[in-house]
Design a protein around this ligand. Structure first.
Ligand code: ADP
Ligand code: MG
Length: 753
């Protein structure tokens, strides 16, 4: 449709931002609101708070300091003044004139004299005066004004969007189609779509400011619910469709149970029993299993998976386990072999990883293809090497492989064969709400109990200067027959050549030499002083030296840990070398393993009781938790020592303190999620996390639960013959149409499985 204010040139700019339709524009919501009806006066401002102020320009100047140009704007209100400062902002020169009215928004900085408040890098907008047209004045002042992220430079900033969206809403008055049944909206107390769109952009007089900021108005809630409802409805349908597909109905006979009992080295925990029960329950169904096995590090997922694989093998099928790294695949292979040796049956195991030599790969592929190999353990190579299985019955994968596998396991089975069951394992404790939306198409089993006999891990922070004490402690523990890990953030040299490392976003480090956008700074709770410090550091060009695994391996071996058997493990070693090192560490032939995060996931050596992480402030919370999970796997008391450098960002502090405070993976995941937001938490695209237009998974958990509930109810209506209760025929048809649109556009490409 034609939208006033959008010509071909602008349309192109909008398209670059993903805004292709009038609807896209309407769902581009303000990210905050300014109350220009009752603006705050300067004497009400308190240092530290975020505030929006309307005041008159008193003066403006570009100051050239040694480091960079600073732009200084002085605003006044009666006798009070507010000073605004922007870094590197030559572009602001000449934009302001005394007497103009300006709205600024930013953090109020403490300042020595109370009569002179300061804002660093506030957002600003010149307010219209009598010379501007009536429409502009109507939309800009004397009301709750929406503030938008720019859709293209200063041209498509807030002012432009207010006008275009206002006009668009006028054109569409009475014509915005509703996409949810009226009965549902009434039941939930949510307003109609058109009204909601109008009110999120132009809130009626008297709308509560805190509710607006928190996106908690009825209008916001309606639009957020709408988005989440269609996500959940789509996931629900996928689940149902999966249940209609032809899978394998495995039998769980006494013979199968006996086979499992033979190899089980210990009594399973109640949680393990429950999870296995759920898994086997699915496996017996004639539809393919799609289940997530979730459990904190050390909760014993591997053995549960192995039992499920035994069920498949005992039914005459092949089972495959895909691990995220070669080290892990090898470890699983060795562990499985050891367990299965206890069995009177002779299972044939095969390892397939990318770095095996071609001959071995060929032989193994043939074993897999002929069906001789019953249990196949490997890395991504299982997909990449175009292996065709003889009778694939069950695939166990870790979370990272999920998307690759779901799309491609059809290549792994022979045509005309039933679809294998899939069990996804994750050691990332995922907050329930996220599990709901991320894995909404999977059923979930949770291991919420650790195997018995574990003692809590003692976690301590240790500043760099006291490293000597750490090494003494390591020596002492090794003297008692224990083993230790020492982890570094890099292999050697700079971090650029190590793409496998997932650095936590260290704010100080990531800062470009110019000041960051003010909103980001505000979100991270940074004060102006820190900003200055960051600028100083960035400007001074000092590079912080990072200790690396290779360098420290040499240093420790010849110094603080001389006489101990020290090994080195990192991602650049060949698979064979890695395997040799891991094997020796397993056997206790290495006392101290100096490593990078390659040991992060799943490595299991119960005799290792000390985990030292150097530059701990540089690691993400999930990573630290995973690393700590490498110890405390036996009954012996374990230690995690987080060695930190001198400069730690506030967020880094928060992470380290959380690690010391709790060992609960779910609690840490919740915190991580709230620090980083869902996008970074999962690495958006890779995890298949849809980008939401209005919803935010951290903020909108309650609505997500509600959306899920409603989606199930809506999908059930047909089955339960309650159709009328869930809307008229026409309303239901609109829901389905809308679902198709929403999924094609938003989630359609995410996953085909
Ligand atoms: P996860 O994969 O969930 O991190 P693992 O499967 O590697 O955990 O198990 C952690 C450790 O606990 C392993 O050494 C494993 O042998 C042991 N373990 C698992 N289940 C039990 C149990 N029920 N009783 C005793 N030890 C167990
Ligand atoms: Mg494991």
């Amino acid at each position: 449709m034609y939208v006033r204010g959008v010509g071909p040139r602008v349309a192109e700019m909008l398209a670059a931002k993903g805004i292709l339709t009038a609807e896209d524009l309407l769902y581009h919501l303000p990210f905050r609101y300014e109350d220009r009806q009752n603006p705050r006066s300067l004497d009400e401002l308190k240092p530290g708070e975020m505030a929006s102020v309307i005041a008159e320009v008193r003066g403006a100047a570009l100051l050239r300091t040694k480091r960079m140009p600073l732009f200084e704007l002085t605003l006044g209100q009666g006798r009070l003044a507010l000073k605004c400062i922007w870094f590197n902002a030559t572009y602001l020169d000449g934009k302001f004139h005394a007497g103009q009215t300006v709205a600024v928004y930013g953090r109020v900085e403490p300042s020595r004299s109370t009569s002179n408040l300061k804002m660093i890098q506030p957002q600003w907008e010149l307010l219209p005066d009598a010379s501007d047209d009536a429409e502009t004045r109507l939309l800009e002042v004397g009301r709750i004004t929406p503030v938008y992220e720019s859709l293209g430079g200063s041209r498509l900033a807030s002012r432009w969007q207010r006008k275009v969206i206002f006009n668009l809403l006028e054109c569409l008055r009475g014509a915005v189609p509703e996409c949810l049944p009226r009965s549902m909206l009434e039941r939930l107390g949510l307003p109609a779509r058109e009204q909601s769109l109008r009110e999120v952009h132009f809130p009626p007089e008297g709308t509560s400011a805190p509710e607006l900021q928190a996106r908690g108005t009825a209008a916001h809630r309606r639009l957020i619910f709408e988005e989440l409802f269609f996500l959940e409805l789509g996931l629900e349908l996928k689940r149902r469709r999966m249940r209609e597909r032809v899978g394998i109905a495995f039998a769980a006979t006494d013979k199968v149970r006996e086979a499992i009992r033979e190899v089980l080295p210990f009594h399973p925990t109640a949680a393990q029993k429950r999870a296995l029960g759920e898994i086997v329950g699915d496996m017996r169904q004639p539809s393919p299993m799609r289940r997530l096995l979730q459990g904190d590090v050390g909760s014993g997922k591997t053995i549960v998976a192995l039992q499920a694989m035994l069920v498949a093998m005992e039914n005459g099928y092949q089972a495959a386990l895909m691990a995220p790294t070669e080290i892990l695949a090898t470890q699983h292979y060795l562990a499985a072999r050891k367990l299965l040796e206890r069995s009177s049956r002779h299972y044939r195991l095969v390892l397939l990883t990318g770095s095996l030599d071609e001959d071995r790969k060929r032989v193994n592929r043939r074993l897999i293809n002929s069906g001789e190999a019953q249990l196949i353990i490997g890395t991504h190579a299982l997909i990449e090497e175009k292996v065709e299985f003889d009778r694939l019955g069950l695939i166990v994968v870790d979370e990272q492989h999920r998307f690759g596998v779901m799309q491609r396991f059809r290549l792994m089975k022979k045509p005309n064969q039933a679809e294998p069951d899939v069990l996804v394992m994750t050691a990332t404790p995922i907050p329930r709400t996220l599990a709901l939306s991320l894995y909404g198409d999977l059923d979930v089993s949770v291991l919420d109990e650790l195997p018995p006999g574990r003692t809590p891990i003692v976690t301590r922070r240790v500043p760099d200067e006291r490293a000597e004490e750490v090494w003494n402690f390591v020596r002492q523990r090794v003297g008692l027959g224990r083993q230790a890990y020492i982890v570094y953030p890099v292999i050697e040299g700079s971090k650029d050549d190590q793409p496998e490392l997932d650095f936590s976003h260290d704010e100080l480090d990531a800062e470009p030499p110019t000041a960051p956008a003010p909103r980001k700074a505000a979100r991270k709770g940074k004060t102006a002083d820190m900003l200055f410090k960051a600028l100083e550091e960035a400007g001074s060009g000092t590079k912080r030296g990072l200790k690396s695994a290779v360098e420290m391996y040499e240093k420790l071996r010849g110094g603080a840990l001389a006489g101990l058997r020290v090994g080195l493990l990192h991602g650049r070693l060949s698979a064979d070398d890695k395997e040799v090192i891991m094997r020796r560490f397993h056997r206790g032939e290495i006392d101290v393993l100096v490593a990078t995060t390659v040991i992060e996931v799943g490595v299991d050596v119960p005799n290792a009781t000390v985990m030292v992480v150097e530059h701990a402030e540089r690691f993400g919370l999930a990573q630290l938790h995973q690393l700590r999970g490498r110890v405390g796997r036996g009954a012996a008391k374990s230690y995690c020592l987080l060695v930190t450098g001198p400069r730690i960002s506030p967020v880094g502090e928060e992470r380290l303190n959380a690690m010391v405070r709790t060992q609960d993976g779910f609690e840490l995941a919740e915190l991580d999620l709230s620090i980083r937001g869902p996008g970074e938490f999962f690495g958006t695209r890779q995890a298949g996390l849809p980008d939401f237009r209005v919803a935010n998974l951290v903020r909108d958990r309650k609505l997500l639960e509600l959306a899920k509930q409603e989606a199930v109810r809506f999908a059930n209506a047909r089955v339960e013959k309650r159709i009328e209760a869930e809307g008229s025929e026409a309303e239901r048809a609109r829901v389905w149409t809308r679902l198709k649109e929403a999924w094609q556009r938003r989630y359609g490409l995410v996953e085909a499985g």
